[in-house]
Design a protein around this ligand. Structure first.
Ligand code: ADP
Ligand code: MG
Length: 243
């Protein structure tokens, strides 16, 4: 596998080519970054935990009819994925107010958002991943109107399935970020990862606003206990799948 040199090394994963041009290998790293990589660190065993969580959730979503890039987990921290042309958007779905939404609007942390909010950010670290308006999205011609409509519909369907899944794990899905891509045939596939790096997850067994956090906010806010939080998510996600 590793006879192939990396195609791309991102903040959380290294992407390798394989003998099949339509299949890539994604290796999940322990590296952690926040605030557009201004804060850097490492979370012990994160690569293995995120790979296990993402593998499980991608398989679950496929079974619910959401087409995605996952093919198979091939090692504890690596998976085979279908190569797509990534659409440079960070698609965020929010069920409760948190993070930049609170900072930018003054809404209180945890406010329930019904219907859920869908937001499109430009995936561009140099520009700081800015929030797009509908008109700017059209101006940049990143995706056709039809593709944007499809992506929004898929993001909301992912939210429905994942919110229910996590609720059954005793976890509240506060918000999450998705990436989508185009397959060779032009089909829109859910890609990248779904993990505590890309979701806000709150433990329903805890009411304390810091203790309940089970995601990368523990790293962003220096709350400690990051490995234990990720491990709890992994254990509950994998256990739910065996029920
Ligand atoms: P980043 O630093 O951009 O967040 P990551 O380390 O998370 O990068 O991921 C590495 C890169 O792999 C990202 O650019 C991501 O968009 C890309 N990627 C994810 N899934 C696929 C796929 N199925 N095909 C091609 N590229 C992908
Ligand atoms: Mg990433």
């Amino acid at each position: 596998m590793t006879q192939f040199s990396p195609l791309y090394e991102g903040k959380a994963k290294i992407i390798y080519a394989t003998a099949d041009p339509d299949i890539l290998l994604a290796e999940f790293k322990d590296d952690a970054t926040a605030f557009n990589a201004q804060k850097r660190g490492s979370i012990q065993n994160k690569g293995v935990m995120n790979c296990a969580i993402a593998s499980h959730l991608f398989q679950y979503l496929a079974a619910q009819g959401i087409p995605n890039h996952f093919i198979a987990q091939v090692a504890p921290n690596t998976m085979h994925i279908r190569r797509v042309e990534i659409i440079p958007l960070e698609v965020v779905v929010r069920n409760r107010a948190a993070g930049s939404l609170c900072r930018q609007t003054g809404l209180p942390l945890g406010l329930e958002l019904n219907p859920p909010l869908v937001e499109f950010y430009l995936k561009n670290d140099d520009l700081g991943d800015p929030l797009l308006t509908g008109d700017r999205l059209r101006l940049l011609q990143i995706a056709t109107d039809e593709e944007v409509a499809k992506i929004r519909e898929m993001a909301l369907a992912v939210n429905t399935h994942l919110s229910r899944f996590f609720a059954e794990c005793g976890i509240t899905l506060v918000d999450f970020k998705l990436e989508f891509g185009r397959s060779r045939s032009g089909e829109i596939l859910l890609a990248d990862e779904i993990s505590p790096d890309s979701c806000r997850l709150w433990n329903q067994d805890e009411s304390d606003p810091e203790k309940r956090i089970l995601d990368k906010d523990r790293f962003r806010q220096d709350l400690g206990g990051i490995e234990d939080a990720y491990a709890l998510v992994m254990q509950r996600v994998l256990a739910r799948g065996r029920q």
